[in-house]
Design a protein around this ligand. Structure first.
Ligand SMILES: NC(=O)c1ccc[n+]([C@@H]2O[C@H](COP(=O)([O-])OP(=O)(O)OC[C@H]3O[C@@H](n4cnc5c(N)ncnc54)[C@H](OP(=O)(O)O)[C@@H]3O)[C@@H](O)[C@H]2O)c1
Length: 351
C-alpha cells in the first residue's frame, strides 16, 4: 500500500511518515526540494522519495493508493490534489478551517461515483471533538444544542513558524466568529464566550469562540441546529478579545494578509515543553427534553495525536476500510479512530 506524504520535509509530514512506516505502510516522501527531501529521508531511515513541483499531475500519472496532504493552504490545495486521486485513490488532510473543509466535503458525490474516500480535518481538534460528539449522540435522537471545546497542549520544537502554519492562523482570523443557529452558519463575535475549564485531571485551561473546523464537524456528527465551538488556541485576555475583530478585518486586505503571513512565518519559536500533560477534546450535548450529557477525550501532546490520527487514517484507507465519499475523520472511520490515535474517552454525567 503506497502512501504519499506531500510536504514530507515539514513538521507534521515527518511525524506522519514515521508513523505510517511503523504501522506497516510504505510511505513515499514527496516534496519540491531534492536536498531537503534526501536529508529528511536519511534522518527518518526511509528511502522512498519523489521530487516534483507538479503534485496533481504526478498523482494522476502514478496512482498512489493514498495521498496525505501536509503542505497546507488547504482552501487552494485540497480540491485539485484530491481530484487527482480519482478514480479509486484516497486522500487525507489536516485542514481545520471553514473555507477549506466545506470545499473538500463538496466533492462527496464525485468521490462516491469514483470509489474514492476523501478525509479532511484528520488532526487533533476536529477528530478530538467530533469523536466525543459521535459517542454522545450514538443511538440517540438529534440533539438541540452542542458545545465543543478543543484544548490542545503542544510542545514547541523551535525554529521558524513556517508559511503553512502562518497561513492557517491568518485564515482563521479573517473568517471572523461563527456559530450554527437554526442549522445555519451565523456570524458571531470572534473569541466570544471565554471560559476556564476545570479539567478531569485537576488542571485548568482557557478557551474562547473560534471559527474552526471543529464547529462544522460537531454539527455534521450531531445534526444539531445550534452548535458553538471554542479553542484553547484563541486568546482569552479581555484586551486582545477587544482588538481581535479589528485585526481580522485588517487581514482581509490581500496586501496586509500577505505581509502578515510573511512576518508570522519568520517568527522564531523557542523550544518549549507542552504546557499541560494532556490535550482535551470536550463536548456538552443537550436534547430538547432537557437531557444533557458531557464527555472528554484525553490525549497527550496534540501534535503527536495529530500525526498518529493522520497515519492511522491513511493506513486504514490503504487497507480499503473507508467507504467512498468525502468525510471528516470520525464520520469516515468511526469514533474509535480517536482511541487508535492515542486518545481515551472519559464520560461524566451532567448535573
Ligand atoms: N489540524 C491540525 O491539528 C494541524 C496540526 C498541525 C498542522 N496542521 C496544518 O498542517 C499544515 C502543515 O503544517 P506544518 O507545521 O507541518 O508545516 P511546515 O513544517 O511548514 O511544512 C510544510 C511542508 O509543506 C511543503 N510545502 C509548502 N508549500 C508547498 C507547495 N506550495 N508545494 C509543495 N510543497 C509545499 C514544505 O516544503 P518545503 O520544504 O519545500 O518548503 C514543507 O515540507 C499547515 O497548514 C498546518 O496548519 C494542522
Amino acid at each position: 500500500m503506497t502512501i504519499w506524504i506531500l510536504g514530507a520535509t515539514g513538521r507534521t509530514g515527518r511525524e506522519i511518515a514515521t508513523r505510517v512506516a511503523a504501522r506497516g505502510g510504505a510511505p513515499v516522501l514527496v516534496g519540491r526540494n531534492a536536498d531537503r527531501l534526501r536529508k529528511t529521508a536519511a534522518d527518518l531511515g526511509l528511502d522512498d522519495v519523489l521530487v516534483t513541483d507538479d503534485l496533481p499531475g504526478e498523482i494522476a500519472r502514478r496512482r498512489p493508493t493514498v495521498v496525505v496532504n501536509t503542505i497546507g493552504g488547504y482552501a487552494d490545495t485540497a480540491v485539485p490534489i484530491a481530484r487527482a486521486c480519482l478514480p479509486g485513490g484516497h486522500y487525507v488532510d489536516l485542514a481545520n478551517d471553514l473555507v477549506a473543509m466545506p470545499r473538500l466535503l463538496a466533492l462527496h458525490d464525485e468521490a462516491v461515483a469514483a470509489g474514492s474516500t476523501f478525509v479532511t480535518g484528520a488532526g487533533f481538534g476536529v477528530l478530538g471533538v467530533e469523536s466525543v460528539v459521535a459517542h454522545l449522540c450514538a443511538d440517540r435522537p438529534t440533539p438541540s444544542h452542542v458545545r465543543v471545546d478543543a484544548l490542545p497542549s503542544v510542545a514547541i520544537e523551535g525554529g521558524p513558524l513556517g508559511e503553512a502554519l502562518a497561513r492557517s492562523i491568518v485564515s482563521g482570523l479573517t473568517t471572523g466568529g461563527l456559530v450554527f443557529e437554526n442549522g445555519q452558519l451565523t456570524k458571531a463575535r470572534l473569541a466570544a464566550d471565554p471560559r476556564e475549564h476545570a479539567l478531569p485531571d485537576g488542571q485548568t485551561a482557557k478557551s474562547a469562540g473560534a471559527p474552526t473546523g471543529e464547529l462544522l464537524a460537531a454539527q455534521l456528527s450531531s445534526g444539531a441546529p445550534s452548535v458553538v465551538s471554542t479553542s484553547g488556541l484563541m486568546p482569552t485576555a479581555p484586551i486582545v478579545r477587544v482588538v481581535l475583530p479589528a485585526v481580522g478585518a485588517l487581514l482581509k486586505i490581500p496586501a496586509v494578509r500577505r505581509f502578515a503571513v510573511r512576518r508570522m512565518a519568520a517568527i522564531e519559536g523557542k523550544p518549549t515543553p507542552r504546557p499541560r500533560e494532556h490535550s482535551w477534546g470536550h463536548a456538552i450535548v443537550t436534547w430538547s427534553d432537557g437531557t444533557t450529557l458531557e464527555e472528554w477525550l484525553r490525549a497527550g501532546d496534540a501534535m503527536e495525536f495529530t500525526a498518529s490520527a493522520v497515519a492511522e487514517t491513511a493506513v486504514r484507507l490503504a487497507r480499503g476500510e473507508g467507504q467512498a465519499g468525502a468525510y471528516t475523520p470520525a464520520r469516515a472511520l468511526g469514533a474509535e479512530l480517536a482511541e487508535a490515535a492515542g486518545g481515551t474517552f472519559l464520560t461524566s454525567t451532567w448535573e
